[in-house]
Design a protein around this ligand. Structure first.
Ligand code: ATP
Ligand code: MG
Length: 466
């Protein structure tokens, strides 16, 4: 079985998600210059210079293939751009390096064990670039000659094909004749035939024949007759993730399971076989491993079992760079009664590089607001900007960004182009933020149903904003 491990083709990339204006749709990269210095305001990113630079450095190492099996943690108060920076990293990496993003709670909600879910996420983040050599026949068709048998059941024929330097005659069987007539190949066409699959592709028509016919479709491409030998070797490269190779080889329905998402648990023996095979390919120079990035958001939601699995998995031969984010300060480690920084056990913390994010200054908040306004196509009056910037100090950046679109809807209702301070005020009165919601609950004591424990205020659990 290990001898024929299928890898599928490059079409197996994830289907791109539909574009819409989401919370992070203004983020287009990390906004760093060539020396990895963060620009003040670039690619949708503002401020948070240290964290961006750290992210950029790590990325550089990933791109050079120098780092794998490391872990990094973004720690900071809510809405200070941890998720935004991770998305910026994903966009900088380019299409060939795998980037997987999961929220820690996803591990619990799938119909498989926690460790299997984590293993799949790990293997999804490792790319294998496979080089394959195929033989192709490429040249200009001189003549196609087809002989039918008396009954018409079998066809045989000859294909004469030439390049500038040589001319060759090939014998044709029924299948090839069908393939050629399906592509409507005639003399004067430049074609390529894949020798392994027998696939015929029409590349265009020869310049030499361009004057033979006047009636020609507008989309006809004229090409020079190719040079060199008729039969050539060509190298094709495609990148798949280890997880894709696992899935294709694990089930009878093969890669269909990839689209259905119904991958189930994959046997460790199969993974071992695939690892061995991929290592073999690597030694033979047929494949290259591209360690990618796995981003685990809200990592404090993982439990102690997952953390101990992570410790071990990071030391595995095929481990990606793991980036985690948490907004917790001292928090209980899920599954235990111990408290620990960021809700992560000490032995894992010891393995990670920690990068902190900080609340934004007034100037930065204004710039982020401006970027969001451009993204959402909203115009704010100067006073509205002032009041929102002031509000962000009392509440959070995210609340303020949410208010922009609400206030815009109110402004549109009164048929105004510019969102004014009144619209913001009204939106502020309709939608309360976290602090006011706590206040409101206090006032409503006894009216709203309450559960035993009292509310864990932001001060206790979430990282301090000051
Ligand atoms: N430096 C920045 N430049 C531009 N936009 C930013 C920046 N930082 C944050 N934002 C935007 O602010 C909002 C909140 O940021 P984000 O979701 O990244 O916070 P977070 O640190 O992940 O918070 P949480 O801990 O609550 O998950 C998002 O819409 C994000 O795109
Ligand atoms: Mg986040």
């Amino acid at each position: 079985m290990a001898a024929q491990i299928a890898t599928g083709a490059s079409e197996l990339r994830d289907i791109t998600k539909m574009e819409r204006i989401g919370a992070h749709s203004h983020i287009r990269g990390l906004g760093l210059d060539d020396r990895l210095e963060p620009r003040e305001n670039s690619e949708g990113m503002v401020g948070q210079a240290k964290a961006r630079k750290a992210a950029g450095m790590i990325l550089k190492m990933v791109q050079e293939g120098r780092i794998a099996g490391r872990a990094m943690l973004f720690a900071g108060p809510p809405s200070t751009g941890k998720t935004a920076i991770a998305l910026g990293m994903a966009q900088t990496l380019g299409p060939d390096v795998p980037f997987t993003m999961i929220a820690a709670s996803e591990v619990f909600s799938l119909s498989m064990s926690k460790t299997e879910a984590l293993t799949q996420a790990f293997r999804r983040s490792i790319g294998v670039r496979i080089k394959e050599e195929t033989e192709i026949i490429e040249g200009e068709v001189v003549e196609i000659q087809i002989d039918r048998s008396l009954t018409g059941a079998t066809k045989t024929g000859k294909l004469t094909i030439k390049t500038v330097d040589m001319e060759t005659v090939y014998d044709l069987g029924t299948k090839m004749i069908d393939a050629l007539s399906k592509e409507k190949v005639t003399a004067g066409d430049i074609i390529a035939i894949d020798k392994t699959s027998g696939k015929v592709s029409k590349l265009g028509r020869s310049f030499a024949r361009s004057r033979d016919y006047d009636a020609m479709g507008a989309d006809t491409r004229f090409l020079q007759c190719p040079e060199g030998e008729v039969q050539k070797r060509k190298e094709v490269v495609h990148t798949v993730s280890l997880h894709e190779i696992d899935v294709i080889n694990s089930r009878t329905q093969g890669f269909l399971a990839l689209f259905a998402g119904d991958t189930g648990e994959i046997k460790p023996e199969l993974r071992d076989q695939i690892n061995t095979k991929v290592s073999e390919w690597r030694e033979e120079g047929k494949a290259e491993i591209i360690p990618g990035v796995l981003f685990i958001d809200e990592v404090h939601m993982l439990d102690i079992e997952c953390f101990s699995f992570l410790n071990r998995a990071l030391e595995n031969e095929f481990a990606p760079l793991v980036i985690m984010a948490s907004n917790r300060g001292m928090a209980r480690i899920r599954g235990t009664t111990f408290k620990s920084p960021h809700g992560l056990p000490a032995d894992l913390l010891d393995r990670v590089l920690i990068v902190t994010t900080h609340p934004y200054s007034d100037h930065e908040v204004r710039q982020i607001m401006q970027i969001r306004c451009a993204e959402e196509d909203v115009t704010l009056s100067q006073k509205a900007i002032d009041v929102l910037a002031l509000m962000s100090k009392e509440t959070t950046l995210r609340y303020v960004l949410n208010l922009i679109s609400c206030a815009d809807t109110l402004a549109r209702k009164r048929k105004a182009e510019v969102v004014d301070i009144n619209d913001v005020q009204r939106a502020y009165s309709y939608f309360i933020d976290e602090k006011r919601s706590v206040q409101w609950l206090k006032e409503q004591q006894g009216v709203v149903y309450e559960e035993g424990e009292s509310y864990i205020s932001a001060k206790n659990d979430v990282m301090d904003q000051s």
